[in-house]
Ligand binder design. Structure first.
Ligand SMILES: *[C@@H]1O[C@H](CO)[C@@H](O)[C@H](O)[C@H]1NC(C)=O
Ligand SMILES: *[C@@H]1O[C@H](CO)[C@@H](O)[C@H](O)[C@H]1NC(C)=O
Ligand SMILES: *[C@@H]1O[C@H](CO)[C@@H](O)[C@H](O)[C@H]1NC(C)=O
Ligand SMILES: *[C@@H]1O[C@H](CO)[C@@H](O)[C@H](O)[C@H]1NC(C)=O
Length: 838
């Protein structure tokens, strides 16, 4: 469409003999624009649902968004709202009315009335309306950013849906203080304190995060959820797992009916929405998700809801999240009650909750449930494993519970009769009763012999005659021989889809891509990593894979195979069921106790050896580029297994064309200063990251934690304490008292050597190994220089520091990337593990 500018200024600027012609052209142009302009909606315009497919709609000029009716999922019913018009999906990002929109039948209509009111009716009755009649509405406009606005005669916005959101946000839509998204009983709101909250039923807040002075929450095109202050500086970030993917990707953020706030990216290849971020990582921590008396539990991978005992029934047999109800009300059996015990279970209680009905006090273990049993108004109780014997008694209020092995609290729930705990899975002990041990042994031997025979026969039939058969038709089974020889197995994309159940069981994610759990057809568990941002040719990719898989070290995770098909690039690793180092170092004291000093030293030493191997002993030197506790996996015996190495090479090939991408990888806090300065990255950069990890292993604290009392970065503070001779202050309290102080002091000194600002001052990884062993004499480390220079700005507010850096750097053009300039005190952290926690 030709755009005509008809302002007087323009007319004056035009030469005199054209002056007469232009007003006429302008009038014609305005007329044409009014007739055909997309986006513009005139007063009196109306939409109606259509039973036969194609729906009428108001489209934005660039055809990004459209406003119209869509089938609601219930037969013959429709909801009106805004959807993406450029993808084949009918997810609505705004609806008339909450909770998925108000349904109307085929006779329904949505009208912009002549008086400026928006009205949804089912033909005879108004179901929803916006009282916008006295605002001077002259037209409406469906815009390319997804906003639908009502305008007055001078095109001023008098009402829009961006300030009246329902349950979703689109890219660059701002949610400001006191605005909220709602979904069922759940609310996501920006608070005046600068935090955003997720809350249940307006009285229980189960997520409260952010930073003072923030006024606006936004989802950016890069997939970053950010908070900005009133001068529009970004002061808090949370990244999606695919945050560097593409700024033009179609994204949305939604407060789900399950109480989680999530963001999605449309995957054009698969034609589905990919979940790329969740505000609450552990769904069981969403208050009330399982309904009243529902207990949230995980099976292998997914959370689900169950009732506390067999004395309960589901309120809705088809929907476990609706909650549970006692089969017999406890009011009707006051003389015959008991408490059913729930191990590893906690009834949630949040500060706002205490004020309501819960009583909290300290009691001996047994008294906690006995008191509840005796107290007619008590319905359930939890004995907190907090060492203080805190007892939570619940009276008649909503009760939400979480059961998992890592919770050591025990709960009791009051029921009629003697109580029927949930039946455990059918025991196979009974089989043993029927057969003698010898019979079983014979059966096992026969089965094994049978299986081996079948295996040999199959191999003989297929693979011997055609050695390539295995790769083309059943690559999901790799021969043990291949594995042993270390040659990477090539998988087809279809096989990996199958073995990961269409990439459903996500076990970790990070800058290089997302990791999914899978099972090969020979029952070997694998971790499948879908690489993102790789644009290499097939040949080069294969060379890199060959180089990664030629690494063999006890302390490295093993690469089994790969897939390179079209645009798909995937790596298949052995699966480690144990967690990564961070889950032991930084979480509950109980898990940390498993890591005594000797174990920690073993992990530090194993990690150092494997990095030294990557740097010095491999055929090609491999710089890891992302050493951090999340990438140090632990096996059953707490041996360190470093993961994710070699991937930076795959990504780096792209760096020649787009320099800023070379520094996107790596994780804040562990990045060497040369990354920030965009200087060449060498193996010395890994030494820096390792030094930070070493300090964390000693202290049990994140190196970028800010000490509230001193407003200093932990590593800076640690060096000062070391200078003053107070190394005991640095050591993790959880390590107890009986310590090898000489060894710990040595480790602390090594870490200060490693985090020197100048790369050449850092020891090589091979030297670090020798220093750890104590065979290389060491001098006292100098102050890591950059720490001194950072000290000045750490005295000012950290969020200001971050702001000033952020405003100077545009992620699109500057060599500084988002990753590098994240505020040091924000809680954003990229979990990048092969088999880490959920
Ligand atoms: C509209 O809804 C009202 C109330 O639910 C109902 O009585 C009426 O029959 C509906 N009209 C149409 C045309 O569906
Ligand atoms: C139109 O709305 C804008 C913004 O609300 C306002 O500033 C302007 O005065 C209004 N114009 C008329 C003619 O009402
Ligand atoms: C805001 O969130 C932070 C965590 O990000 C929390 O420590 C702080 O207490 C919250 N502030 C308020 C006022 O709730
Ligand atoms: C876990 O539960 C989910 C949801 O109930 C179910 O779809 C999935 O199959 C279960 N997985 C296992 C391993 O039981």
């Amino acid at each position: 469409m030709v755009a005509w500018n008809c302002t007087p200024n323009n007319l004056l600027a035009t030469s005199r003999h054209q002056v007469m012609a232009i007003p006429i052209l302008c009038i014609v142009a305005i007329f044409i624009q009014a007739m055909f302009a997309e986006g513009a909606v005139k007063l009196g315009a109306s939409l109606k649902p259509s039973a036969s497919g194609q729906q009428q709609s108001w489209q934005s000029p660039g055809k990004n968004f459209s406003f119209g009716f869509h089938p609601s999922g219930n037969r013959g019913l429709y909801v009106v709202g805004i959807r993406f018009a450029n993808i084949n999906d009918s997810t609505l990002v705004w609806t008339a009315g909450f909770n998925g929109g108000i349904e109307v039948g085929e006779g329904g209509s949505f009208t912009l009335q002549n008086d400026g009111k928006l009205v949804l009716s089912n033909g005879t009755q108004i179901f929803w309306q916006k009282n916008t009649s006295n605002l001077g509405v002259a037209s409406a406009d469906m815009q390319d950013d997804g906003n639908f606005v009502l305008q007055n005669s001078s095109s001023g916005t008098v009402w829009d849906i961006f300030t009246n959101p329902t349950d979703s946000l689109v890219v660059n839509q701002n949610l400001i203080v006191n605005q909220s998204l709602r979904s069922g009983l759940y609310t996501f709101a920006m608070q005046p304190s600068g935090n955003f909250t997720l809350s249940w039923n307006n009285n229980v807040t189960y997520l409260n995060e952010g930073t003072p002075l923030a006024t606006t929450a936004t989802l950016t095109g890069q997939g970053i959820f950010k908070l900005s202050n009133s001068s529009n500086d970004s002061i808090w970030w949370a990244r999606s797992i695919d945050y560097s993917y593409s700024s033009t990707a179609v994204r949305r953020m939604k407060l789900e009916s399950n109480g989680n706030l999530r963001s999605y990216r449309w995957d054009t290849d698969l034609g589905t929405w990919q979940r790329v971020w969740s505000a609450v990582e552990d769904q069981c921590k969403v208050y009330g998700w399982c309904g009243n008396f529902g207990v949230c539990v995980y099976n292998d991978t997914d959370p689900y809801c169950e009732c506390p005992s067999a004395d309960f029934d589901r309120l809705d047999p088809n929907d476990a999240t609706k909650g549970c109800r006692r089969q017999q009300d406890i009011a009707q059996c006051s003389n015959n009650q008991s408490m059913v015990r729930l191990n590893n279970t906690e009834f949630f209680s949040y500060p706002a909750d205490y004020k309501l009905n819960s009583e909290i006090f300290t009691l001996a273990f047994q008294d906690c449930w006995q008191n509840c049993l005796k107290n007619p108004s008590c319905t359930a109780s939890t004995i907190m494993a907090d060492g203080a014997g805190t007892c939570r008694m619940r009276t008649n209020e909503f009760t939400s519970a979480y059961q998992t092995a890592s919770i050591s609290s025990t709960s009791y729930v009051k029921v009629c009769g003697s109580g029927r705990p949930l039946t455990p899975p059918p025991p196979y002990v009974r089989i043993v009763n029927k057969f003698t041990a010898i019979e079983i042994a014979l059966a096992v031997i026969a089965t094994v012999i049978g299986l081996v025979t079948i295996h040999i026969c199959l191999w003989w039939i297929c693979c011997r005659q055609n050695p390539r058969f295995r790769f083309r038709d059943s690559p999901a089974v790799y021969a043990p021989l291949d594995y042993a020889s270390g040659a990477p197995v090539q998988f087809s994309y279809r096989d990996l889809l199958h073995c990961t159940k269409n990439f459903t069981e996500k076990v970790g994610s990070g800058g290089f891509g997302t990791v999914y759990k899978g099972e090969l057809s020979n029952e070997v568990m694998v971790a499948v990593k879908r690489l993102e941002g790789i644009e290499q040719g097939e040949k080069q990719f294969r060379m890199e894979v060959a180089s990664i898989s030629s690494t063999h070290h006890l302390n490295l995770v093993r690469l089994i195979g790969f897939c390179s098909e079209g645009r798909h690039r995937l790596l298949v690793y052995e699966f480690r069921k144990n967690s990564s180092l961070d889950t032991f170092l930084f979480t509950s004291s109980e898990q940390a106790k498993a890591l005594d000093w000797d174990t920690r030293f073993k992990i530090a030493f194993g990690t150092a050896k494997s990095i030294a191997y990557l740097h010095e002993e491999c055929r090609d030197c491999i710089v890891h580029c992302d050493i951090k506790p999340e990438n140090i996996l632990l096996d059953e015996n707490f041996n360190a297994r470093v993961s994710d190495f070699g991937l930076s090479k795959l990504i780096h090939a792209r760096a020649h064309r787009n320099i800023s991408l070379s520094s996107v990888r790596g994780t804040r806090g562990y990045l060497a200063p040369e990354w920030l300065a965009n200087l060449p990255i060498t193996s010395n950069s890994d030494v820096y990251s390792y030094g930070m990890v070493l300090l964390e292993i000693v202290s049990g604290r994140r190196n970028f934690d800010i000490l509230a009392s001193e407003r200093k970065r932990f590593s800076i503070w640690a060096f000062e304490e070391y200078e003053r001779g107070n190394i005991i202050n640095i050591i993790d309290d959880k390590l107890g008292t009986n310590l090898n102080i000489d060894q710990i002091q040595r480790v602390i000194e090594i870490s200060f050597w490693c985090i020197q600002e100048q790369p050449f001052q850092r020891p090589s990884m091979g030297k670090v190994v020798q220093m750890l062993e104590g065979v290389l004499p060491m001098e006292k480390p100098p102050a890591p220089k950059h720490l001194e220079s950072l000290q000045n700005d750490s005295s000012s507010s950290t969020s200001q520091t971050a702001t000033s850096i952020l405003t100077n750097s545009d992620p699109q053009t500057s060599p500084f990337t988002i990753n590098d300039v994240l505020p040091a005190n924000s809680s954003i952290y990229l979990a990048e593990t092969l088999s880490g926690g959920r």
